[in-house]
Design a protein around this ligand. Structure first.
Ligand code: 16G
Ligand code: ZN
Length: 538
């Protein structure tokens, strides 16, 4: 095996990046696709080790760069339950990916086996998929070469969304157990989503006000949504697929998709919608979704991740009460510092639910949500899901309903727990969730928007000499800085000048820059405050 690694890796030499290292960050490895083949080979080796660590439990590898431009690509590893790679292994990933020669890689591989005390004879299995990027094919070859060299059996699921691969990992590893997650195929994924969606319709179902328009960012979400629609009853679910051109890579995420809409606060271009239509946008690998609509006169209204979190929390919270389970199941919401202050206030004061804050990055939110009976987590950017604990699922299963109302609520709750992707944020599953809730509540987008009023806010990016000197205070979920101390002092001076002012700075995990977030009661105060903040930072 070690000889084979040495030989095979020669085909994928590391591109010279000077003193810059590759790092396995919150989004795995992500960079220009031409730098990636050697990284992909290293990730294949690591996935094989990760699987051996669990005695042959299936590990996933997803090749995607999500909302980045088409010339980028990336890769991340999916752990046995369908969750992100455990943090302590990121160090090994970074170590292997930065080896400069085949000999170094072989040695690092052997070294990892020793440090991790792995039985390197253990069984192993890897499954993988990729998004629609043109570089995907070449990168798959590098991955396969590593899996062959390490004698690792694999299944190639071709082009799929990120959440589909997470689903497949979990389904594979729970097959035959009492926690069976679903059929082990992409078809099984569609069946599970559509089947549970239909079960939510057991009670009277209000026809939605017109179809939902789905901007698929010209990415993998487009074919996936079209496939899903084949399983959905046309009279119950109407969706219009927009931006589905996956044959022209130039168009991927270009002036469309969830990231564009959220950061630019405007509709995807060129715009084809009409006033008051219900729209949403997915990102390039379909793990994020945001909603929006335009009023007459092109007034744009965004319904972002915070809105989806509040909608889901209020609806699921109601269902728990209506089923008579509120003594047994508590609901918690997890947000990051980027969540609009008005959404937090609404969750705490109006919904009377607990909010917990974590650092930015899905893995942090996911773990915090997993500690709740039912944990709703969403980043403002539209990545999120709802997690049902084993305890909650058991309570739902065992509860004897005392009335038809309780029975109905219970049936809906159970169906939702199946329809919502429990492994990771999933734009298609979240789409169905929002549509079900709006229908059941008989709400239009205007009613959804009117639940609370967002505080004006803005995020700016600052290029600084070294973003790594910006160290946030542990336990403050990115809200405060320990270093450089002078910067936090200055923030503490100007923030109180602005009504409902909140402002923080953190190093980006995906770009070589820091981001400053500001929110306040008035839009002009936000601008003013960000001016002070940028002065303090640069
Ligand atoms: C990554 C994270 C996302 C986070 C974003 C922040 C995952 C899968 N993705 O894309 O959750 O919002 O980074 O980017 O964890 P930033 O660090 O550049 O602000
Ligand atoms: Zn994504």
């Amino acid at each position: 095996e070690f000889m084979k690694i040495l030989e095979a890796s020669k085909q994928f030499p590391r591109v010279d990046t000077g003193t810059r290292d590759f790092t396995y960050g919150t989004a795995g490895f992500r960079m220009r696709a031409d730098l990636l083949p050697s990284v992909m080979f290293a990730v294949g080796c690591l996935a094989s080790l990760r699987s051996r660590k669990f005695n042959g439990t299936t590990i996933g590898v997803m090749i995607t760069a999500s909302h980045n431009p088409a010339e980028d690509n990336g890769v991340k590893i999916v752990d046995p339950e369908g969750e992100m790679l455990s943090e302590e292994w990121e160090w090994y990933a970074t170590g292997l990916a930065n080896c400069r020669t085949p000999e170094e890689l072989r040695n690092a591989f052997i070294h990892s086996i020793n440090l991790l005390r792995l039985n390197h004879e253990a069984d192993r299995k890897v499954i993988f998929a990729r998004d629609t990027r043109p570089s995907g094919d070449t990168l798959v070859n590098a991955l396969k070469a590593a899996l062959d060299a390490t004698n690792t059996p694999y299944i190639d699921y071709g082009v799929a969304t990120t959440p589909q691969l997470h689903y497949l990992v979990r389904a594979t590893n729970t097959l035959g157990s009492d926690r069976e997650y679903g059929e082990v195929s992409i078809e099984g994924y569609y069946k599970k989503l559509s089947g549970s969606f239909l079960k939510t319709l057991h009670i009277e179902y209000a026809q939605q006000s017109g179809p939902v328009f789905v901007d698929c960012a010209n990415g993998v979400g487009a074919p996936a949504l079209k496939e899903l629609l084949k399983y959905m009853p046309e009279d119950k679910f109407k969706a219009v697929v927009v931006n589905d051109n996956i044959d022209d890579p130039e168009r991927l995420n270009y002036r469309c998709g969830a990231d564009f809409v959220k950061t630019q606060q405007r509709v995807p271009q060129p715009h084809t919608g009409k006033a008051m239509e219900r729209w949403c946008s997915l990102d390039g690998d379909a793990d994020r979704i945001v909603y929006y609509f335009e009023e007459e006169g092109n007034v744009f209204h965004l319904l972002d991740g915070d809105r989806i979190a509040t909608l889901a929390a209020s609806y699921i919270g109601d269902l728990v009460k209506k089923s008579g389970l509120d003594e047994q199941i508590t609901l918690g919401v997890v947000q990051t510092a980027y969540a609009n202050g008005a959404s937090t206030k609404y969750i705490e004061k109006t919904l009377h639910l607990k909010v917990e804050f974590t650092q930015t990055g899905v893995k942090h939110l996911h773990h915090a949500a997993a500690r709740q009976d039912v944990g709703v987590y969403f980043e403002a950017n539209g990545h999120g899901t709802v997690l049902f604990s084993e305890r909650a699922l058991k309570a739902i299963r065992m509860h004897e309903p005392q009335s038809t109302a309780q029975l109905n609520a219970l049936t809906t709750l159970k169906a939702l727990s199946e329809m919502i992707n429990q492994t990771v944020g999933d734009a298609l599953s979240d789409l169905l969730l929002v549509e079900v809730i709006l229908s059941h509540k008989e709400w239009t987008v205007t009613e959804w928007l009117s639940t609370y009023k967002d505080l004006p806010n803005k995020i700016i990016k600052c290029n600084v000499r070294d973003k790594n000197v910006f160290v946030t205070t542990p336990g403050t979920a990115d809200r405060r800085l320990d270093y450089p101390p002078a910067i936090q002092e200055r923030f503490d001076e100007f923030i109180p000048k602005f009504r409902e002012g909140r402002c923080f700075v953190r190093a980006s995990g995906t770009e070589d820059a820091v981001r400053i977030y500001g929110e306040a009661a008035e839009a002009y105060d936000v601008e003013h405050m960000l001016g002070y903040a940028a002065d303090a930072v640069i």
